[in-house]
Design a protein around this ligand. Sequence first.
Ligand code: AR6
Length: 171
Amino acid sequence: MDITLVKGDITAQAVDAVVNAANSSLMGGGGVDGAIHRRGGPDILRACRELRAGRYGRGLPTGLAVATTAGLLPARWVIHTVGPVHSAAEDRSHLLASCYRESLRVADELEAATVAFPAVSTGIYGWPMDDAARIAVAAVRAAERSVTSVTEVRFVLFDSAAYEVFAARLG
Ligand code: AR6
């Protein structure tokens, strides 16, 4: 499995699966979530509503992941995951690691080969970039042994500062 880095917009990635930094409601929001729903069109929200009417009636728990159509995005699926809000009082890093692990498990179930991740929890949810990069890289490397179909994990960083932090972590 290759781990690659791109500076840019996650909604422009031509991959099998794009990961969304969603919230439990699955009803959209700002940041990556807003961009994905804007560019992907109403089919994604429709699919999220069906999940809320069915299996995820109480919302998608933090650290888990679920797939929908990617609508008009140049991808086949959106995998929605809910990152933890950063807390100085409590160590929630296992939940952030779980977002990467669970998203890759869902991607593998779909037989996706290429998966693009944003830096989950580093925007509105306030996670410091360097710590988030450390957790993300470790979680993806740890998942490497259990995935069979995924051949590329692409971290898509929105700005140069985030890109440099991930590049340093990847070595
Ligand atoms: N492509 C790639 N990265 C992006 C993009 C983009 N188009 N837009 C923002 N980023 P965030 P979170 C970066 O806030 O912290 C939503 O309201 C951004 O600079 O999208 O997990 C949800 O509904 C940051 O580094 O996600 C939730 O309520 C990173 O992506 C909440 O925000 C993640 O920022 C989730 O917050």
